[in-house]
Design a protein around this ligand. Structure first.
Ligand code: GRF
Length: 191
């Protein structure tokens, strides 16, 4: 008998184009069972609700500086939805070691650079400034250090003459949309 799909929560803060790419495959090893955002206005949250996916806004502002209290609420929501794997997709909050520890080995992230190059923000400008001839994206397991966990898969794109951070970002984002569903499917198949 085939295994039931792994229940995945996708955490977003914004547009959610990777979320849409993750939802698209009809027959895969995972199911997007929850979309969670720290920003109630996130476009991806409304998109998920319109597509019948449970969508929860959990703003961080009411928790002030207490990051862990916000994460406790987040963790409770994940568990209430029987989530097995968390996929960060443009979730713009640095997580505390507490939440990372709770989901150790079961939390993935996509980052728009060829890690270990350019962790953090502004990756495309940094690649252009360095004169790189290729750029790309990385799916990795989340560990305590930002953008530092074990790499699961990468995709490469060329840097073209005349590229700006915006044109390069658009090319990398297309590669992200191909890479993330593939990497997540393979990861879930191995659980
Ligand atoms: C992507 O570039 C992803 O790599 C980064 O944040 C961006 C999210 O874009 N972590 P979207 O919301 O999926 O369109």
């Amino acid at each position: 008998m085939a295994c039931p799909p792994v229940r995945v929560a996708v955490l977003i803060s914004g547009t959610g184009s990777n979320l849409r790419a993750l939802v698209e495959p009809a027959d895969t090893t995972y199911q997007v069972a929850l979309v969670l955002s720290n920003r109630p206005e996130a476009i991806g949250l409304a998109w998920a609700a319109e597509h019948g996916i449970p969508a929860v806004a959990l703003p961080h502002a009411p928790y002030g500086k207490d990051r862990q209290a916000h994460e406790v609420a987040l963790d409770e929501t994940l568990r209430a939805h029987d989530i097995q794997v968390v996929a960060l997709a443009g979730y713009m909050r640095v997580l505390t070691p507490w939440l990372v520890g709770r989901w150790s080995g079961r939390m993935l992230n996509i980052h728009p650079s060829l890690l270990p190059k350019y962790p953090g923000l502004d990756t495309h400008r940094r690649a252009l400034d360095a004169g790189d001839v290729e750029a790309g994206c990385t799916v990795h397991l989340v560990s305590e250090g930002v953008d530092e966990g074990p790499i699961l898969d990468q995709a490469r794109v060329p840097v073209l003459d005349g590229d700006t951070p915006e044109t390069l970002a658009a090319r990398v984002l297309q590669a992200e949309h191909r890479l993330y569903p593939r990497a997540l499917a393979r990861f879930c198949a191995g659980l």
